[in-house]
Structures are given as structure tokens and as C-alpha cells.
Design a protein around this ligand. Structure first.
Ligand SMILES: [Zn+2]
Length: 410
């Protein structure tokens, strides 16, 4: 039977219209195909999910079923459990919600988002999509509907932009996994003892890196899975970090708690006697790259040793010649395995002789970010040019080095 007045023929460019909220222009065969498809009311509604703002897919299914009947078709709607598209996926969302709620019970968070994965390609769904255009995907409906259920049950807000927790449900097995936004703490650290590396060694028994001295108490406080120190540059193991300290962001992954008493953390770190932290605040994850990429001048104090008693006049002259000088540094031999072998241009902004005593002298200098100070003094076999040993005319070595301050660009 053929009804009069029914629009005929498909729109020519249906694929291009996928994203338009526009009723499809299906032909007779398409409507017949739809009426005889073994699907549920919800899935029928979802085919037209982009039409009828404010309607649920069940409402759409009801109306579409009515329309098909009015046009003389006999839609044969299935129960959801029998549906060839959703297979009853939506029937026990409350049960799934209860299980996820329980699994998350131990975690402190206020915002979350539901995602879904592993939806096996469904040929009937694809066929309907090619005939009627893109409706609403089953994933999208699941994420929305299950998000509402979880939100009500857990009393947490759904947040799209930057949720603290993402719940991803596997739509085939109804298994799930969680992702937790890391907690980020920004601050500045001072290193008061020599011989401490900035970051931990994997499989190393001593837990005395700056990263661990700050990270272990913080990890314990929020019951995080792991911790990572992201710092604005690094000092050598044997170099102290003094003055206002070096900026860092401590990342605590998968924390159970999101509130942390920062002054209590600072106090715990201070008790180490090796590291101090200050100016602590909770920040967003975008600060990690900002801090890591920040470039600041650094001021150093170096204790220098010479082979023979130092000639004060010649030494002071050599130091003052470095002040304001552009130097060329080829990647030092001691780090050449880890860094590209390049020649870098750096400016020594300031250099002062503080004291001279026999074969020892103390020098303070401020240099651009990335300047290798030990090599600036010993010359690194000519790889740094000019260098203090060369200007002085005799070999000099750095016995101790401290970072006094990390300053804004001067
Ligand atoms: Zn269905």
C-alpha cells in the first residue's frame, strides 16, 4: 500500500547533513525498514535523537511509533532486553551505579564525568544511520543518562571541562575503570645539604632525593598512588639550593583525598633537615609545563681552589672581566651522554670576588638560565670560552657550589 503525499526519495547529500538538526526525508522503503527492525522504543527514538528538543528518546520512540502507525505501518517494538541494538543496556543502570558508587566510596571528589568505550560495531544501527542520518549515538545517551543516575546517587556534579574523576564504562561487559585528576602543589624548595639528587633514582634504596623528601609525606597525607616533582631546572647533586628556593610543582597521582594541609606538609618536610618548602598552593595541571619551561637567571656562590696560592690582583681582574661577558659553552663532557652536543651562548651578568684566602677564593656570580658554572670556572678543556681559569692564567676548580637565588630576568 502506498500513501499519498508521503515525501519520496532520499536527500542527495544525506551524509553531509549528519550534523544538521533536520528531519530526514526518508522514502517508503526506509520507513518500512524502520517499522520491521527488531528494536526497542528507546532505540527507535534515538534514530531521531537530534529532533525534538527536551524529549527523552523514549518520548521520541512513542511519537515515532504513533506516526508510523498513522501512516499505515505496523511498528513491531521489542522489549529493551530483546532489542537488537541496545540489548537491554539501559535496564539496570541503577545496579551499575550502586556498584560504581561503592567502588568510589573511598575517594574524595566533587566533580566527575561518565565516558564509555568498546561499543562493538552494530550493523543494524549503521544501516538505520545511513537511511535516516545521524541520530544520537548509544554512547552519548548512555553517558548522559548514566551521568544523571550517578550524580543523583553520589551527590556529585557532572563536569565536562575538567572533572576530578572520569568513570569509563565498557558497554559490552559493563566493567568500568576510573581516572583521577592529579593533585598539583606549587611551591619553592631549598636544599640545605649536599649529596641529594633532585629526583629519585629508580631501584635505588636511599630515599633522600628532593622529590622523595617532599613527595613521600605528601603522598601519605592524600593517599596518592604516586608522586612526581616537576621543577624549574635542576641543581647538581652536590650543589645547595639556597635563597628563595627553586620553583616546583609536585604532582600527586590518583589521590584519595583532595584537601591537604599545606603548612603541615611544609613542617613535615622541614623535619628532614635537608629540604625546606615554602609558598605552597594548590594549582591546576597546566602549571607543570609553565614551571618546567620557565627560565630565570641564577645567582651562585662558588668556593674555588687553585693549585698554588692565588694572586689576588690577577684573580680579581679575571673575575671582573667575566662580568657582563658573553660566553660560549659546548655541552660539558660530564653531561654529553644525556644532552645534545651543542654550543650555547650565555651571558654572565655579574661576577664578584667575595674573599681570597691562600689557594681558596669565594666568588659570586649571576648567569643566564642554563649556564654551566663549574665549566665556566674550570674551562672544561676549552669547551667553555672564555672561562675563569683561562682569564686568570692557571687552572681553577670548583670545590663547592650553592645556588643563592633564582631571579626574574634582569
Ligand atoms: Zn534498544
Amino acid at each position: 500500500m502506498r500513501l499519498q503525499g508521503l515525501p519520496q526519495g532520499k536527500t542527495a547529500d544525506r551524509k553531509d547533513n549528519h550534523y544538521e538538526v533536520k528531519p530526514a526525508m526518508p522514502n517508503w522503503q526506509d520507513l518500512e525498514f524502520l517499522s520491521t527492525s527488531p528494536i526497542c522504543k528507546r532505540c527507535l527514538g534515538r534514530v531521531f535523537g537530534r529532533v525534538g528538543h527536551g524529549l527523552s528518546n523514549n518520548d521520541r520512540g512513542d511519537r515515532m511509533s504513533f506516526a508510523l502507525t498513522a501512516l499505515g505501518f505496523s511498528p513491531d517494538l521489542k522489549e529493551e532486553r530483546e532489542c537488537s541494538i541496545c540489548h537491554g543496556l539501559f535496564l539496570d543502570l541503577e545496579g551499575l551505579g550502586a556498584s560504581i558508587h561503592e567502588a568510589l566510596g573511598d575517594y574524595d571528589f566533587s566533580t566527575f564525568l561518565v565516558g564509555s568505550e568498546n561499543r562493538v560495531h552494530n550493523p543494524l544501527e549503521k544501516e538505520l544511520e545511513s537511511r535516516f542520518g545521524m541520530g544520537e549515538s548509544i554512547k552519548k545517551e548512555f553517558n548522559r543518562e548514566f551521568g544523571k543516575i550517578l550524580s543523583g546517587r553520589m551527590q556529585k556534579e557532572v563536569e565536562f571541562k575538567d572533572p576530578e574523576v572520569i568513570v569509563t564504562v565498557n558497554l559490552e561487559y559493563l566493567s568500568y575503570r576510573f581516572w583521577f585528576r592529579s593533585l598539583f602543589i606549587r611551591g619553592r624548595y631549598r636544599k640545605l645539604v649536599r649529596g641529594i639528587p633532585q629526583t629519585r633514582w629508580i631501584n635505588f634504596d636511599k630515599h633522600d632525593s628532593v622529590e622523595e623528601i617532599i613527595g613521600i609525606p605528601a603522598q601519605t597525607m592524600v593517599r596518592a598512588e604516586n608522586f612526581y616533582l616537576h621543577a624549574a631546572g635542576r641543581e647538581d647533586v652536590d650543589v645547595l639550593m639556597l635563597g628563595g628556593g627553586r620553583e616546583f610543582v609536585l604532582e600527586l597521582s590518583s589521590p584519595h583525598l583532595r584537601n591537604i594541609d599545606l603548612s603541615n606538609l611544609a613542617e613535615k618536610v622541614r623535619k628532614s633537615g635537608a629540604v625546606e618548602i615554602a609558598d605552597l598552593e594548590i594549582v591546576g595541571g597546566e602549571m607543570v609545563e609553565k614551571v618546567k619551561n620557565s627560565r630565570h637567571d641564577k645567582s651562585y656562590r662558588a668556593l674555588i681552589i687553585a693549585g698554588d696560592p692565588i694572586d689576588p690582583v690577577a684573580f680579581r681582574k679575571a673575575v671582573s672581566e667575566l662580568s657582563g661577558k658573553i660566553i660560549y659553552q659546548r655541552t660539558p663532557l660530564r653531561v654529553s651522554g644525556r644532552r645534545a652536543d651543542l654550543i650555547r651562548e650565555r651571558i654572565v651578568k655579574k661576577a664578584d670576588t667575595i674573599s681570597i684566602d691562600g689557594t681558596r677564593a669565594v666568588v659570586e656570580m649571576t648567569a643566564e638560565a642554563g649556564t654551566y658554572i663549574k665549566e665556566l670556572i674550570n674551562g672544561d678543556g676549552g669547551r667553555t670560552d672564555p672561562n675563569l681559569s683561562g682569564l686568570y692564567g692557571s687552572s681553577l676548580k670548583v670545590e663547592e657550589l650553592d645556588v643563592l637565588a633564582i631571579t626574574e630576568e634582569m
